[in-house]
Write a protein that binds this ligand. Structure first.
Ligand code: SAT
Ligand code: MN
Length: 623
């Protein structure tokens, strides 16, 4: 590497400059680029990847400004087993996180970083999570050797000169280290998707006070590599939020307007790939109701001057799951990714467009699947693709189940005008949920804040392809959908939720609901249509906020009476709705026992108030 002084000219913050220099000296890149966040820069990097045969430029008429990228087959999702929380006291990471001593981890990773950028370019990415300059926003700088990361970060965060200006003026920022972990020897040809083998991948958060930082190595995919997202906006932010008295949550933020024109802001925590993006952009089937989007994945929530809980979306784009996104399930997401979008691991069609399973259009006669192989429309099932040119044989997953689109939030046709309000939007309802094939009813409202915290803490869901795991399809406890994202002891996190309830003005406490769109009948069919019909549940929630809903008191919470959910024009029969709103007492006894068991590993760290809620529900079920 030649002297980096020229490249680093734009950095006038001496501390930042020294850090970049130190990392560059250690990782030995060939070039250093300080990213400005411009369209020209994005185009240059994207075209560079096209020129070297890695990315594919999509048809400029059908998909202007769009690219298709295929990752390595081993690097397709978050890797929870390689994700660590590093703090001096293991108990502060808690039993649900992988833990390692910070000094030990720094040594392991510093050794891995030695010379790891050989033959590559080190990009310096200054970024803001949240609108530039908002008092609720936080800054970061990611150092990476991946142009894919730079381009995705440009869509997902406010990246470039404006963030660097603030840091140059002395604003605090989080240091985010990243490398794909694939140095190039002189003359060595690069591969399409460089990454390191699984046993060398590390996604590490340092969480001790004053030492908050992210070190990531070996993966180029999603939350492993776009460090503003899960690593910063959830794991590190959750730690800062606890310290500073706010909340960093795995939640969408939507604005719901009723036919009378009254608006409500709702946040909802569902695990990865459980429909947050679909709910955030929903087209209600109930006439006169409207949903607009403030965010689809992460909410940072503070108590405002008015005593209400205010939410901002720290992100700038959507990193949405492609398969299943269709004109029926989420037309707004399809519009959002019509242009300026990066598609990862979907099917390339012969006319330079993209396709994925359940896109709502027939499979193309021929395409290139996410692994780069030819694939063909199935003769038996026009919605699927097969490997055989004659269209016969078993259907394949031509798009990877965790294939993604990275699209700018402003391109969503229903983006709410206040989505970038620096003060955030006042939240009147919080939903928790997950994929639960049995037991959990369609909707259930908490009796009070502490009960709502219990509900969130008891959440569970089937594991989806958003994570590389051998548990896919199995139900696991995923409190507040934060299991993989809480940067500290989950029991303390429950305590923080209880504390926050005391900071919010009593008359402005959001109502908390537990929802389940994923109940299945004995034949394995979904019992509730979901998508736009979820507006029927949201309508009831709004009535409950106003104190006007028809409700019944049950051992597990406050539920709608059978006639309280508006089924006008809905395919669901009153009998099915009745089933969806019936408390399965025996199932619930098991459920509560399961929650209790899941708490054992926390010892006496589970807050007493939460234990009392569990005891109350257990007693009510046994009455
Ligand atoms: O890969 S990400 O972590 O960004 C997506 C998700 O799991 O929600
Ligand atoms: Mn997510």
């Amino acid at each position: 590497m030649s002297c980096c002084c020229k490249a680093l000219e734009k950095i006038t913050n001496p501390e930042l400059k020294a850090w970049v220099k130190e990392f560059a000296e250690h990782t030995t890149p060939e070039h250093i680029v300080v990213c400005d966040g411009s369209q020209e820069e994005f185009d240059r990097l994207a075209e560079g990847e096209v020129a070297r045969g890695s990315w594919v430029k999509l048809d400029p008429v059908k998909r202007p400004g769009c690219y298709l990228v295929r990752s390595h087959e081993s690097d397709v999702a978050r890797v929870e087993k390689r994700t660590y929380i590093c703090c001096k006291d293991k108990n502060n990471a808690g039993p649900t996180n992988n833990w390692m001593d910070p000094t030990e981890m720094r040594k392991i990773m510093w050794d891995l970083y030695a010379g790891c950028m050989k033959g590559r370019t080190l990009y310096v990415i200054p970024f803001s999570m949240g609108p530039i300059g908002s008092p609720l926003s936080k800054l970061g700088v990611e150092l990476t050797d991946s142009p894919y990361v730079v381009c995705n970060m440009r869509i997902m965060t406010r990246m470039g000169d404006a963030a660097l200006d603030l840091i140059n003026k002395g604003a605090e920022y989080i240091k985010c280290y990243h490398s794909v972990g694939a140095p190039l020897e002189p003359g060595q040809k690069d591969v399409a998707w460089p990454c390191a083998p699984m046993e060398k991948k590390y996604i590490t958060q340092f969480t001790d006070p004053g030492e908050e930082a992210i070190w990531s190595f070996g993966s180029g995919y999603g939350g492993n590599a776009l460090l503003g997202k899960k690593c910063f906006a959830l794991r590190i932010a959750s730690v800062l939020a606890r310290k500073e008295g706010w909340m960093a949550e795995h939640m969408l933020i939507l604005k719901l307007t009723n036919p009378e024109g009254k608006s409500y802001y709702v946040t909802a925590a569902f695990p990865s790939a459980c429909g947050k993006t679909n709910l955030a952009m929903m087209l209600p089937t109930l006439p006169g109701w409207k949903v607009e989007t403030c965010g689809d994945d992460i909410a940072w929530m503070h108590v405002g001057k008015d005593g209400a809980l205010h939410a901002i979306n720290p992100e700038n784009g959507f990193f949405g799951v492609a398969p299943g996104t269709s004109k029926i399930s989420n037309p707004n997401a399809l519009h959002a990714c019509e242009k300026n979008t990066i598609f990862t691991n979907v099917v390339l069609t012969d006319d330079g467009d993209v396709w994925w399973e359940d896109m709502g259009v027939p499979a193309p006669a021929h395409g290139i699947d996410w692994k780069g192989n030819d694939c063909y429309a199935s003769k038996d099932n026009p919605k699927k693709m097969v490997a055989s040119p004659d269209g016969t044989g078993e259907p394949i997953k031509a798009a990877h189940p965790n294939s993604r689109f990275t699209a700018p939030a402003v391109q969503c046709p229903v983006i709410a005008k206040e989505w970038e309000d620096p003060e955030g939007v006042p939240v009147s309802a919080i939903l928790f949920g997950g994929r639960r094939p049995s037991t959990i009813p369609l909707v259930n409202m908490a009796k009070d804040w502490a009960h709502g915290v219990y509900m969130g803490s008891a959440a569970g869901s089937e594991v989806t392809a958003a994570v590389i795991s051998d548990q896919i399809g199995q139900v696991r406890r995923d409190p507040m959908a934060m299991l993989p994202f809480c940067g500290y002891n989950m029991a303390d996190y429950f305590g923080h939720w209880l504390e926050m309830g005391k900071k919010i003005a009593a008359d402005k406490l959001p109502k908390i609901f537990f929802v389940n769109w994923f109940r299945k009948d004995a034949d394995g069919h979904f019992m509730w249509p979901g998508f736009g019909d979820n507006s029927r549940v949201l309508k009831w929630a709004c009535e409950a906020i106003e104190g006007k809903a028809k409700t019944k008191d049950t051992p597990i919470g406050i539920m709608p009476t059978d006639d309280a959910i508006d089924l006008t024009g809905c395919e669901t029969t009153p009998e099915t709705l009745h089933e969806l709103l019936t408390v399965d007492i025996e199932g619930w006894k098991k459920e509560v026992a399961g929650v209790k068991e899941s708490w054992e590993k926390f010892g006496d760290r589970i807050p007493a108030e939460l234990r009392a809620k569990l005891d109350e529900i257990t007693a009510a079920l046994n009455k």
